[in-house]
Ligand binder design. Structure first.
Ligand SMILES: Nc1ncnc2c1ncn2[C@@H]1O[C@H](COP(=O)(O)OP(=O)(O)OP(=O)(O)O)[C@@H](O)[C@H]1O
Ligand SMILES: [Mg+2]
Length: 269
């Protein structure tokens, strides 16, 4: 039996209905997204690829309630998103660690805010720091870390409280390929255990296929969904060997054929 969640097994959790997002800056308006409709069922691992600047981070910001669409509606669990959406965990593109707190204190914060007891908080913090390969850096401050390490702390701070939805904005982009492979495996393991819904942005088509139940290709600005492909690789998956599956090669071709003209469109002349 497949353990892959699908629209038939789970109801819609995140819904975009005819969403447009226009930024106004210094008297100029700038259309980032236009006519975006999209439904993400509960439990799905949905990957999003698209040219730089097409609006991928904007998409996540709208689910997190940090941005309101200029037209259309974003709904979460049947209700319009209004204000900060505390039910999602967000690994942002830029890390936003608290500089005055150590690595351990940054990672513990979501558990402290939720009133989790000290012993449980200590245990989960140590576990997740170990998972991201930072157990030796608990007492360091963010300024003492490399970019990739800071990104891993951001990831740990989200995973530590096992949110029902993980929004991840290129979480592994700054990491070397070995570490990336390890963390991809950890994310799949955690997601299988917690049944979290994942909305995952990446520039790496291979990563999108190896991790996702589905890959969306966004167009260049104004952005909309250009291609919506299911990934039929079986689960549980080994991210190291997924690329040897013929389905991986077929999908890679299909996604690249849709994405490459958009990347060229997105490059300023
Ligand atoms: N607050 C803002 N004010 C004005 N323009 C913005 C704002 N936020 C985003 N934009 C513009 O909207 C477009 C989409 O931005 P966004 O950050 O969502 O792109 P992206 O797809 O995540 O890009 P990348 O792959 O480079 O991270 C960009 O052209 C950006 O300049
Ligand atoms: Mg972005």
């Amino acid at each position: 039996m497949s353990d892959r969640p699908g629209p038939d097994r789970f109801p819609a959790l995140i819904e975009f209905t005819d969403v447009a997002m226009t930024f106004r800056d210094a008297g100029r308006s700038f259309r980032a997204i236009d006519g975006l409709s999209l439904t993400i069922p509960r439990g799905q691992f949905c990957c999003v690829v698209g040219p730089s600047g097409c609006g991928k981070s904007t998409l996540l910001n709208m689910v997190a309630g940090l941005l309101e669409p200029t037209r259309g509606q974003v709904r979460y669990d049947g209700k319009p998103v209004a204000g900060a959406n505390t039910r999602v965990g967000y690994v942002t593109q830029k890390d936003n660690l608290l500089p005055w707190r150590t690595v351990r204190a940054n990672v513990r914060l979501p558990l402290e805010l939720r009133g989790v007891g000290k012993a449980e908080t200590d245990r989960r913090t140590d576990e997740v720091l170990d998972m991201v390969g930072l157990s030796g850096f608990g007492d360091a401050y963010p300024r003492q870390l490399s970019g990739g390490m800071r990104k891993r702390v951001t990831l740990a701070r989200t995973l530590v409280y096992e949110p029902e939805v993980i929004l991840a904005d290129e979480p592994f982009g700054a990491l070397d390929s070995q570490l990336r492979t390890v963390l991809q495996g950890e994310l799949l393991g955690l997601r299988a255990r917690t049944e979290a819904t994942v909305l995952f942005i990446t520039h790496d088509l291979g990563e999108a296929i190896a991790l996702g139940d589905r890959v969306l290709v966004m167009s260049a600005r104004p952005s909309r969904v250009l291609l919506d492909e299911p990934v039929t690789l079986p689960r549980p998956r080994d991210v190291r060997t997924a690329r040897f599956d013929p389905e991986y090669a077929r999908l890679h071709e299909t996604l690249w054929a849709a994405l490459s003209p958009e990347v060229e469109t997105g490059v300023p002349a």
